[in-house]
Design a protein around this ligand. Sequence first.
Ligand SMILES: Cc1ncc(COP(=O)(O)O)c(C=O)c1O
Ligand SMILES: [Zn+2]
Length: 364
Amino acid sequence: MHYVCTHCGKRTPTDTLTPHCECGGLFELDFEPPKWDESRIHKDTWNLFRYRDFLAVDDAVWPSVTMGEGMTPIIEYDESVYFKMDYAMPTLSFKDRGAATLVSHMKAIGVQKCVQDSSGNAGNSVAAYCARAGIECEIFVPEGTSPKKIDMIRAHGATATVVPGNRDHCADVCRAKVRDEGVYYANHVYNPYFYEGMKTYVYETLEQLGRIPRHIVVPVGNGTLFIGVVKALEHLQASGVITEFPTIIALQSQLCDPLYQAVLQKAPEPARITPEPTLAEGIAIGVPMRGRELLDMTYRHDIRFVTAPEDQILKVRADIARRGIYCEHTTAANYAAYLEYVRLYGPTPDALVTMCGAGIKSDH
Ligand SMILES: Cc1ncc(COP(=O)(O)O)c(C=O)c1O
Ligand SMILES: [Zn+2]
């Protein structure tokens, strides 16, 4: 298996320990999944590796890494909205999808030590899966990260290093360590194996509903779910399973919206913004590293962007909780943004919204 550089096109074997191409460009996988065919789902595998025929994964390793991630329920929230309950995962967030495939790859190529930066959830997932795989890890989180996320990271035996400043600075500090010490970068944005797991969000939805909903609401910080969803839908479209691409409604925080601003201006690069503190810590990314890629996909598929009104996040979270569903602040922003979209553009039926983080994670 090879990576291809998104900048210069150079191929690099995927057992490399470097985080990006020599030229600095980010990698993508040179992997074309076979045509979608439901009979190729391994229905006796009760985790996301049931879709392994369509994922770049190493068959020998994933069984010792999986913790039963994926296979999350879809529930009808009201007549227009389905929630996909993606906090029903081993570490209580959707990032377990990507961590399961990334850490399986790391184990397959013999990584023994890694670092990662995160707003909390991705680091939490990587810490847990590394613990399972016997890989040492250090997670960098920005100051102000929900303490419960930090506690969970430490409980898995990882070092949690809290970096003063915002989320983007935290990433810079971690990347400096990767550069200076050559340690493996188990990062959800850089490493294409993470996206393999995120694709299963769509495959599962298709298997569960027997179709793809008309609207798919996706939060975008660095865009790992966004990229996974687009790649999987492109795969289904190329396989003739769907003829029409659903409308993807991508959301950002009102206080940190570089992609939303870029789309307003039809710009090819994320806008330069100054992130302001938001309750939606998980999407507080001022400089999304794959910004150009995300915008290419946006224009290719006419993806809509909307922002989550900051003053609605706590209210929406409380309203959802009163109906039995306790999600974290960033996740409440998903539904707040959906409601904002309805307010702006009218009824938006048959919408799938991700409940991607559990409420207890952001209680403090
Ligand atoms: C709860 C939650 N929602 C959304 C996101 C955004 O994910 P991404 O940065 O991959 O777009 C995160 C990222 O950590 C998160 O924790
Ligand atoms: Zn390159």
